[in-house]
Write a protein that binds this ligand. Sequence first.
Ligand code: HEC
Length: 152
Amino acid sequence: MALKRALPLALLLCLGLTACFEPIKDTHPDQVLTKRRALFKQYTRALEPIGLVAAGRQEYKPDEFLALVLDLDKLSSKPWVYFPADGNYPPTHAKPAVWSQPEAFQLAQQKYQAAMHELVLAAQGGKLEPVQRAVDAVTEACKACHKDFRYE
Ligand code: HEC
């Protein structure tokens, strides 16, 4: 009974969110598209509370903030193995450049990881202003990679 009522509610909540439960038919034997997408969703989820603090919309508590940053940092090496040579298939939003320019794609990963490393150092420093600058650099690195390697 409770389940029956909860289901339409979940669907309603999802209407406004693109890609929320977007059913993907993943034809790859290792489901690499599903796996990398799930990781990128985690990126967004982990970045959100960090962004709120950086924007001054949530109080900066250095210890808690550092824990959030370390959570995001743990993800920074994860999605890339899920772009194997045979990993370009619909409905991916990745651009063909991921596979045709592997060195440039790797460089974008390294730039992101470097920005992430700076953010860890800034968070360990415990001062808001350097933290804010480092958060900006991380989000810029997300965007830079998306611009070259992902369709909007
Ligand atoms: C080195 C490149 C690169 C970096 C850095 C990167 N992304 Fe992405 N991201 C991609 C690619 C490529 C896709 C498309 C995946 C696909 O559809 O196959 C993607 C997809 C996504 C998606 C869509 C997932 C879905 O369900 O379709 C989200 C959300 C996302 N990224 C968030 C982020 C955030 C937040 C960051 C930074 C914290 C980030 N990404 C950093 C390359 C990158």
